[in-house]
Design a protein around this ligand. Sequence first.
Ligand code: ZN
Length: 139
Amino acid sequence: MGRVRGRDTKPEIAVRRALRECGLGYRIQARDLPGSPDVVLRGRGIAIFVHGCFWHRHADCRLCTTPRSNVEFWSAKFERNVERDIRNVALLEAAGWRVVTIWECETRVPATLRESAEKVSDLARQGRRIRRRPRPRAS
Ligand code: ZN
């Protein structure tokens, strides 16, 4: 992937805690899905990305700084990241997933974080759209 991707980063841990507080069960790092969403509620068909504002270019965010040297390198890298994010969301949505993106900066403000978790909780209540593929029957 060519990018540093921490496991159990602080923002991810904060999101998981907020979901638990809303009584939501989840799995982490769904590697079988496009973009390996950080948190998934499989039964509800909800995939959550917890995005670092710098790497994923959160618009109008103070954490989304741009390095002053190697400008071409960074802009190419950022462009690839953003394109990949867009593609992954499209692939997931095409497969019936509801995708929620939670930004790093949002996880730092308790009230905002709680709002995000409640949004996921609302989605979860709205039922699921994913239809599981029927299991191949043993013959
Ligand atoms: Zn941000």
